[in-house]
Design a protein around this ligand. Structure first.
Ligand SMILES: *Cc1c(COP(=O)(O)O)cnc(C)c1O
Length: 231
Protein backbone atom coordinates (compact mmCIF):
# COMPACT_ATOMS: atom_id res chain seq x y z
CA UNK A 1 0.00 0.00 0.00
CA UNK A 2 1.38 3.38 -1.00
CA UNK A 3 1.18 5.76 1.96
CA UNK A 4 1.49 8.79 -0.26
CA UNK A 5 -1.71 7.91 -2.07
CA UNK A 6 -3.58 7.47 1.21
CA UNK A 7 -2.21 10.82 2.42
CA UNK A 8 -3.18 12.60 -0.77
CA UNK A 9 -6.67 11.16 -0.59
CA UNK A 10 -7.04 12.17 3.03
CA UNK A 11 -5.97 15.74 2.25
CA UNK A 12 -8.30 16.06 -0.70
CA UNK A 13 -11.19 14.64 1.32
CA UNK A 14 -10.45 17.10 4.13
CA UNK A 15 -10.38 20.02 1.70
CA UNK A 16 -13.69 18.93 0.20
CA UNK A 17 -15.18 18.80 3.70
CA UNK A 18 -13.76 22.23 4.56
CA UNK A 19 -15.21 23.76 1.40
CA UNK A 20 -18.60 22.24 2.26
CA UNK A 21 -18.43 23.85 5.71
CA UNK A 22 -17.59 27.25 4.17
CA UNK A 23 -20.52 26.89 1.80
CA UNK A 24 -22.92 25.61 4.45
CA UNK A 25 -23.40 22.38 2.50
CA UNK A 26 -23.38 18.76 3.58
CA UNK A 27 -20.35 16.73 2.42
CA UNK A 28 -22.85 14.14 1.22
CA UNK A 29 -23.82 16.52 -1.56
CA UNK A 30 -20.37 16.37 -3.16
CA UNK A 31 -18.91 13.29 -4.84
CA UNK A 32 -15.19 12.91 -5.40
CA UNK A 33 -14.68 11.57 -8.91
CA UNK A 34 -11.09 10.36 -9.21
CA UNK A 35 -9.64 11.06 -12.64
CA UNK A 36 -7.35 8.15 -13.41
CA UNK A 37 -6.26 8.99 -16.95
CA UNK A 38 -2.57 9.44 -15.99
CA UNK A 39 -2.50 6.94 -13.12
CA UNK A 40 -0.99 3.49 -13.19
CA UNK A 41 -3.42 0.64 -12.84
CA UNK A 42 -1.82 -0.41 -9.53
CA UNK A 43 -2.52 3.03 -8.06
CA UNK A 44 -6.08 2.88 -9.25
CA UNK A 45 -6.55 -0.49 -7.55
CA UNK A 46 -5.26 1.00 -4.31
CA UNK A 47 -7.58 3.93 -4.59
CA UNK A 48 -10.49 1.53 -4.93
CA UNK A 49 -9.28 -0.34 -1.85
CA UNK A 50 -9.20 3.00 -0.03
CA UNK A 51 -12.90 3.33 -0.77
CA UNK A 52 -13.06 5.53 -3.85
CA UNK A 53 -15.60 4.00 -6.19
CA UNK A 54 -16.27 6.83 -8.64
CA UNK A 55 -13.55 6.78 -11.29
CA UNK A 56 -13.23 8.80 -14.48
CA UNK A 57 -11.37 8.36 -17.72
CA UNK A 58 -11.28 10.76 -20.62
CA UNK A 59 -10.60 8.32 -23.45
CA UNK A 60 -13.08 5.57 -24.33
CA UNK A 61 -10.26 3.16 -25.19
CA UNK A 62 -8.52 3.29 -21.82
CA UNK A 63 -11.88 3.40 -20.09
CA UNK A 64 -12.91 0.10 -21.71
CA UNK A 65 -9.59 -1.58 -20.88
CA UNK A 66 -9.73 -0.56 -17.24
CA UNK A 67 -13.39 -1.25 -16.74
CA UNK A 68 -12.61 -4.83 -17.78
CA UNK A 69 -9.78 -5.15 -15.26
CA UNK A 70 -11.29 -3.51 -12.19
CA UNK A 71 -14.11 -4.59 -9.86
CA UNK A 72 -17.62 -4.41 -11.22
CA UNK A 73 -18.90 -2.16 -8.43
CA UNK A 74 -16.93 0.82 -9.74
CA UNK A 75 -19.04 3.67 -11.03
CA UNK A 76 -17.36 4.82 -14.24
CA UNK A 77 -17.55 8.38 -15.47
CA UNK A 78 -16.54 9.42 -18.95
CA UNK A 79 -15.28 12.99 -18.95
CA UNK A 80 -13.52 13.42 -22.30
CA UNK A 81 -14.73 14.07 -25.79
CA UNK A 82 -16.88 11.22 -27.10
CA UNK A 83 -17.13 10.42 -30.78
CA UNK A 84 -20.40 9.05 -32.03
CA UNK A 85 -18.75 5.84 -33.28
CA UNK A 86 -17.58 5.06 -29.73
CA UNK A 87 -20.98 5.45 -28.09
CA UNK A 88 -21.90 1.78 -28.41
CA UNK A 89 -18.88 0.59 -26.45
CA UNK A 90 -19.22 3.23 -23.75
CA UNK A 91 -22.91 3.45 -22.89
CA UNK A 92 -23.45 0.03 -21.28
CA UNK A 93 -20.61 0.51 -18.79
CA UNK A 94 -20.82 4.13 -17.71
CA UNK A 95 -22.65 5.51 -14.72
CA UNK A 96 -22.46 9.04 -16.06
CA UNK A 97 -21.21 10.59 -19.29
CA UNK A 98 -20.12 14.16 -18.44
CA UNK A 99 -19.11 15.27 -21.91
CA UNK A 100 -22.18 15.42 -24.13
CA UNK A 101 -21.46 18.44 -26.26
CA UNK A 102 -23.93 18.28 -29.13
CA UNK A 103 -27.49 17.33 -29.99
CA UNK A 104 -26.14 14.81 -32.51
CA UNK A 105 -24.17 13.02 -29.82
CA UNK A 106 -27.14 12.99 -27.47
CA UNK A 107 -29.29 11.48 -30.23
CA UNK A 108 -26.69 8.79 -30.88
CA UNK A 109 -26.62 7.89 -27.18
CA UNK A 110 -30.40 7.74 -27.27
CA UNK A 111 -30.34 5.31 -30.24
CA UNK A 112 -27.92 2.95 -28.52
CA UNK A 113 -29.87 3.15 -25.27
CA UNK A 114 -33.10 2.30 -27.06
CA UNK A 115 -31.55 -0.79 -28.70
CA UNK A 116 -30.41 -2.07 -25.31
CA UNK A 117 -33.27 -0.77 -23.19
CA UNK A 118 -30.96 1.34 -21.07
CA UNK A 119 -31.51 4.79 -19.62
CA UNK A 120 -28.06 6.41 -19.51
CA UNK A 121 -27.46 9.43 -17.33
CA UNK A 122 -25.60 12.25 -19.02
CA UNK A 123 -24.42 15.78 -18.38
CA UNK A 124 -24.30 18.48 -21.00
CA UNK A 125 -20.84 19.98 -21.30
CA UNK A 126 -20.97 23.74 -21.54
CA UNK A 127 -18.36 26.09 -22.91
CA UNK A 128 -19.14 28.85 -20.44
CA UNK A 129 -16.22 31.11 -21.20
CA UNK A 130 -16.94 31.07 -24.93
CA UNK A 131 -13.31 30.31 -25.81
CA UNK A 132 -13.40 28.88 -29.31
CA UNK A 133 -10.74 26.25 -28.54
CA UNK A 134 -12.84 24.65 -25.83
CA UNK A 135 -15.12 21.63 -26.03
CA UNK A 136 -18.70 22.06 -25.04
CA UNK A 137 -21.89 23.67 -26.16
CA UNK A 138 -21.80 27.45 -26.03
CA UNK A 139 -24.29 28.60 -23.38
CA UNK A 140 -26.38 30.53 -25.90
CA UNK A 141 -26.71 27.48 -28.13
CA UNK A 142 -27.69 25.29 -25.20
CA UNK A 143 -30.43 27.72 -24.19
CA UNK A 144 -31.72 27.90 -27.75
CA UNK A 145 -31.72 24.10 -28.13
CA UNK A 146 -32.94 23.24 -24.64
CA UNK A 147 -36.45 22.16 -25.57
CA UNK A 148 -35.14 19.90 -28.32
CA UNK A 149 -32.38 18.47 -26.13
CA UNK A 150 -34.62 17.58 -23.22
CA UNK A 151 -37.14 15.94 -25.55
CA UNK A 152 -34.59 13.32 -26.67
CA UNK A 153 -35.87 9.97 -25.33
CA UNK A 154 -34.01 7.11 -23.59
CA UNK A 155 -31.51 9.44 -21.87
CA UNK A 156 -31.63 11.31 -18.62
CA UNK A 157 -30.01 14.74 -18.59
CA UNK A 158 -28.90 14.98 -14.98
CA UNK A 159 -27.09 18.31 -15.08
CA UNK A 160 -24.23 20.31 -16.55
CA UNK A 161 -20.44 20.07 -16.72
CA UNK A 162 -17.75 22.62 -17.48
CA UNK A 163 -14.00 23.09 -17.49
CA UNK A 164 -12.69 26.40 -16.23
CA UNK A 165 -9.77 28.03 -18.04
CA UNK A 166 -6.48 26.80 -16.56
CA UNK A 167 -4.83 29.40 -14.34
CA UNK A 168 -2.88 29.40 -11.08
CA UNK A 169 -5.58 31.41 -9.37
CA UNK A 170 -8.66 29.41 -8.35
CA UNK A 171 -10.61 32.65 -7.93
CA UNK A 172 -10.31 33.16 -11.68
CA UNK A 173 -12.54 30.11 -12.11
CA UNK A 174 -15.28 31.36 -9.80
CA UNK A 175 -17.21 33.40 -12.40
CA UNK A 176 -17.24 30.38 -14.72
CA UNK A 177 -18.57 28.06 -12.01
CA UNK A 178 -21.16 30.61 -10.93
CA UNK A 179 -22.29 31.07 -14.52
CA UNK A 180 -22.74 27.30 -14.89
CA UNK A 181 -24.91 27.17 -11.77
CA UNK A 182 -27.01 30.11 -12.95
CA UNK A 183 -27.41 28.49 -16.36
CA UNK A 184 -28.51 25.27 -14.63
CA UNK A 185 -31.06 27.21 -12.58
CA UNK A 186 -32.41 28.92 -15.68
CA UNK A 187 -32.72 25.63 -17.61
CA UNK A 188 -34.32 23.96 -14.57
CA UNK A 189 -37.07 26.58 -14.61
CA UNK A 190 -37.75 25.65 -18.24
CA UNK A 191 -37.47 21.90 -17.68
CA UNK A 192 -40.04 19.20 -18.29
CA UNK A 193 -41.24 17.50 -15.08
CA UNK A 194 -39.11 14.39 -15.71
CA UNK A 195 -35.91 16.44 -16.11
CA UNK A 196 -34.11 16.98 -12.81
CA UNK A 197 -30.94 18.96 -13.25
CA UNK A 198 -29.36 18.11 -9.93
CA UNK A 199 -25.72 17.64 -10.94
CA UNK A 200 -23.01 20.23 -11.50
CA UNK A 201 -19.70 18.66 -12.54
CA UNK A 202 -17.09 21.37 -12.02
CA UNK A 203 -13.79 21.79 -10.23
CA UNK A 204 -10.47 19.99 -10.74
CA UNK A 205 -7.28 19.70 -8.67
CA UNK A 206 -6.53 23.42 -8.72
CA UNK A 207 -9.97 24.85 -8.09
CA UNK A 208 -12.34 22.30 -6.53
CA UNK A 209 -12.75 24.31 -3.30
CA UNK A 210 -14.12 27.28 -5.21
CA UNK A 211 -16.29 24.98 -7.32
CA UNK A 212 -17.86 23.49 -4.19
CA UNK A 213 -18.56 26.98 -2.85
CA UNK A 214 -20.37 27.66 -6.12
CA UNK A 215 -22.47 24.49 -5.99
CA UNK A 216 -20.47 21.62 -7.51
CA UNK A 217 -21.91 18.17 -6.81
CA UNK A 218 -19.16 16.26 -8.67
CA UNK A 219 -15.51 17.31 -8.48
CA UNK A 220 -13.13 15.71 -10.97
CA UNK A 221 -9.73 15.34 -9.34
CA UNK A 222 -6.66 13.71 -10.87
CA UNK A 223 -3.22 15.18 -10.22
CA UNK A 224 -3.78 16.03 -6.53
CA UNK A 225 -4.49 12.37 -5.80
CA UNK A 226 -1.54 10.92 -7.63
CA UNK A 227 1.13 13.61 -7.14
CA UNK A 228 4.39 12.42 -5.61
CA UNK A 229 3.81 8.76 -6.38
CA UNK A 230 6.78 7.01 -7.91
CA UNK A 231 6.24 5.51 -11.29
C1 LIG B 1 -7.78 15.50 -16.56
C2 LIG B 1 -9.12 16.05 -16.30
C3 LIG B 1 -9.50 16.41 -14.99
C4 LIG B 1 -8.58 16.31 -13.79
O1 LIG B 1 -7.60 17.30 -13.84
P1 LIG B 1 -6.56 17.49 -12.63
O2 LIG B 1 -6.12 18.88 -12.78
O3 LIG B 1 -5.49 16.49 -12.86
O4 LIG B 1 -7.29 17.25 -11.37
C5 LIG B 1 -10.80 16.87 -14.82
N1 LIG B 1 -11.66 16.98 -15.84
C6 LIG B 1 -11.33 16.65 -17.09
C7 LIG B 1 -12.34 16.79 -18.17
C8 LIG B 1 -10.05 16.18 -17.37
O5 LIG B 1 -9.73 15.86 -18.63
Amino acid sequence: MNDRLADNLQQVTAEIAAACVRAGRSPNEVTLVAVTKYAQLAWVRQLVELGVHDLAENRPQQFAERAAQLPAEIRWHLIGHLQRNKVKSVVPRTTLIHSVDSLRLLERISEVAAERTLLPQVLLEVNVSGETAKDGLPAAELKAQWDVLQAVPHVQIAGLMTMAPLTDDPEAARPVFRALRELRDELARRAAPQTRLTELSMGMSGDFGVAIEEGATLVRIGSRLFEGLDS
